[in-house]
Design a protein around this ligand. Structure first.
Ligand code: ZN
Length: 170
């Protein structure tokens, strides 16, 4: 909440006096508290659902950390099936969208509809699109616009956030 917006709420400019000044400050305080509350609420959406998550999994999912590249056995997973959220079990990717990106992390061209929500992330000083489980809110990875398929998407997912369930036919 900036002064210009307060001025819009307050109507046309009036001569500032002590009462109006206090009123304006109260507006600023009220809206900044509201913003803090929203941030707090957004973080609180992440909850441990799977009690057997390891410390490393929790660090990635709840603190937006990243696993070491080439460390996930899922990099070599080629069977048919689906990849689920390791925290809540939400179905996220079909094996048909998996490809070898050479980056060292399990990579996918597309997620299943409604599987994720995204947010813009500047944590390493560049603009990236972070994505997290739409059901439980935990961090999974980042999506880039350099994928090999027609939609040009590359979902770069931490293997530790995924559970692979093979289909019966594979
Ligand atoms: Zn989840």
């Amino acid at each position: 909440m900036y002064w210009s917006q307060v001025r819009v709420l307050a109507g046309p400019p009036k001569k500032m006096n002590r009462r109006r000044f206090i009123k304006s400050i109260s507006y600023i305080y009220f809206f900044s508290c509201l913003n803090e509350f929203n941030l707090l609420f957004a973080n609180d959406l992440r909850k441990v659902i799977n009690p057997s998550l390891s410390q490393e999994q929790k660090k990635i999912m709840f603190e937006d950390s990243t696993e070491r590249p080439f460390s996930s056995p899922l990099n070599h997973e080629k069977r048919n099936g689906f990849y689920h959220c390791a925290n809540c079990g939400n179905k996220l990717f079909a094996s048909t969208s998996k490809f070898d990106s050479g980056t060292g992390w399990p990579s996918f061209t597309e997620s299943l509809p409604g599987a994720f929500k995204t947010k813009v992330d500047y944590s390493i000083g560049m603009k990236r699109t972070e994505y997290h489980c739409a059901k439980c809110g935990v961090h999974h990875g980042h999506v880039f616009d350099d994928g090999p398929a027609e939609n040009e998407k590359r979902f770069c997912n931490n293997g530790l956030c995924l559970i692979f369930i093979p289909s019966n036919d594979s």
